[in-house]
Write a protein that binds this ligand. Structure first.
Ligand code: C2O
Ligand code: CU
Length: 504
């Protein structure tokens, strides 16, 4: 009798503890785990937890390792340059359609339903000439609402394509973009309330190149030849080759084991023995990437999110969190014909450069200088923002997104210094890529220290690591209500987003 009671107590106690654990950590566990699901390949247990200090069973973030693909190599797809519908002296007109399609990722012929802009997957490269007005007719041919967000563009909020500018299925909306910023690699993607992460995961993302006459003189700039974009993403394919967002979704950031470069697995790109310009875009939902070359070769970063750096920076690795971009130059002039050099993300090959004949003289990087800079006056902090939480419980300043609440108001023309603090939690926390719409800002300090040379240029997204305080200077020149948020798209969906109103 007594021993029975003991067992009841012990049993009750265990169940209680389990319940508490599930309540505390349930949101963070990939459901595949909890259900022991093995419907997809390559689940490497709790795997790689980069970008956070977590340890043990209950941890933040990416819990699936990237794996080297066994797919046969295929040519790196180069997104087509979008042809204008028409052009006048001061204006360019384009049409961008969000569409449903199918993509063949695998040699076995399996087809994957995907989404794309003017195509089946991803989108075209759209040139936005500085000094011109670009009109884009955005068309929604999806079976659900979407928006067209121009990430990194300095434009009024009504053209920004945030959650407040939905385009319903079957509808069309014209935006007017006055291009007034310097040459840069930006991108566009959907931003509808509640389905941003899913639509990006299914394939919606495209490139915006702000171009400026004369800015390219010394740089490789032949699109698709010596100047190529690589949008890097990770995906978790089901056994049947499909992408199932709901199945793969992780509240702390959806990740996969398979890398795709411009929408293809295990790509190759032929280069000459010369200088290549590669525009890297971290287009993943939630994975932080560190890019390097297979032989540890150095390369030169020339631009960050919003344009050229103050000066070129020689590096052997560059880290990009979701939403960030970097333009790098890789010098293949010393290589032999037939050499193969991999671009790797977190040590896993993304794309192989195959060196093919012809030596060209390398470009002269002297005189490569950014065009404009921000008057940073003092670095006294005007505003402090705190990023906190995990999974479904992520907040900025203790609040979750509310479309009916304006969190910050600033006057147009003002420059403010913000300190973004990533507050650790019980499990250490994780890196949050902090993004602000409608501006390009400067990083002034990371934990009181000047940022590294490759972070001294224009930025619209900045990775803030657990416990870190990052000071940025922002000039607000566009009016309206803009979003600022974590660019881990699941965090954004879970409310790690606020509204900033720039008043006249
Ligand atoms: Cu790239 Cu609010 O987004
Ligand atoms: Cu986050």
């Amino acid at each position: 009798m007594e021993s029975k009671i003991k067992w009841y107590i012990l049993g009750g106690f265990t169940v209680g503890i389990l319940l508490i654990l599930i309540l505390l950590f349930g949101t963070n566990l990939n459901h595949r785990f909890m259900m022991g699901d093995n419907s997809t390949g390559n689940m490497n247990g709790m795997g790689n937890m980069h970008g956070n200090g977590g340890n043990g069973m209950m941890r933040h973030g990416a819990n699936i390792d990237l794996a080297t693909s066994s797919e046969p190599p295929k040519p790196l797809p180069i997104p087509p340059e979008l042809k204008p519908d028409r052009e006048t002296e001061g204006a360019v007109y384009y049409t961008v359609r969000a569409e449903q399609g199918e993509t063949q990722f695998f040699a076995n012929g399996k087809r994957t339903p995907t989404l794309g802009y003017n195509g089946n997957l991803l989108g075209p490269m759209i040139k936005l000439p500085k000094g011109k007005t670009v009109y884009i007719d955005t068309v929604n041919r999806l079976a659900e609402p979407t928006t067209f967000h121009w990430h990194g563009l300095k434009i009024p909020s009504k053209e920004d394509g945030g959650p407040h500018q939905p385009v319903k299925q079957g509808e069309q909306r014209r935006v007017r973009l006055d291009i007034e910023q310097e040459a840069a690699t930006l991108w566009f993607h959907p931003h509808p309330m509640g389905s941003t992460a899913k639509q990006v995961y299914q394939g919606l993302a495209g490139l915006l190149y702000v171009t400026e006459e004369g800015s390219e003189i010394d740089l490789p700039h032949e699109y698709g030849v010596d100047d190529i974009p690589i949008i890097v993403q990770d995906r978790l394919f089901e056994r049947d080759g499909t992408l199932n967002y709901d199945n793969s979704m992780n509240a702390d950031g959806t990740v996969g084991d398979t890398l795709i470069a411009n929408g293809a697995i295990n790509t190759e790109f032929d280069v000459e023995r010369s200088l290549m310009r590669v525009r890297l875009v971290n287009g993943s939902n939630a994975r932080n990437f560190e890019f390097s070359l297979s032989g540890g070769e150095t390369f030169t970063q020339i631009a960050s999110d919003g344009g050229l750096l103050e000066e070129p920076v020689s590096l052997d690795r560059v880290a990009l969190s979701p939403g960030e971009r970097a333009e790098i130059l890789i010098d293949f002039s010393k290589n032999e014909v037939g050499d193969e050099i991999e671009l790797q993300a977190n040590g896993i090959p993304v794309n192989t450069f195959v060196i093919k004949g012809l030596e060209k003289s390398a470009a002269d990087l002297e005189g490569l200088k950014e065009k404009s800079s921000l008057n940073r006056k003092s670095s006294e902090v005007d505003r402090r923002l705190t990023l906190f939480g995990m999974g479904n419980m992520v907040t900025i300043d203790g609040k979750r997104f509310d479309p009916d609440r304006i969190d910050i108001e600033v006057k147009r023309g003002v420059t403010e210094v913000w300190e973004i603090y990533n507050e650790k939690d019980m499990m250490g926390g994780m890196t949050h890529p902090f993004h602000i719409h409608g501006v390009q800002f400067r990083i002034l300090e990371r934990d009181g220290k000047v940022p590294s040379a490759n972070e001294k240029g224009w930025k619209d997204t900045v990775a803030v690591t657990p416990g870190e305080r990052v000071k940025i200077a922002i000039e607000f020149n566009e009016e309206g209500t803009f979003m600022y948020h974590c660019h881990n798209l699941e965090h954004e969906e879970n409310g790690m987003m606020g509204q900033l109103k720039v008043t006249p």
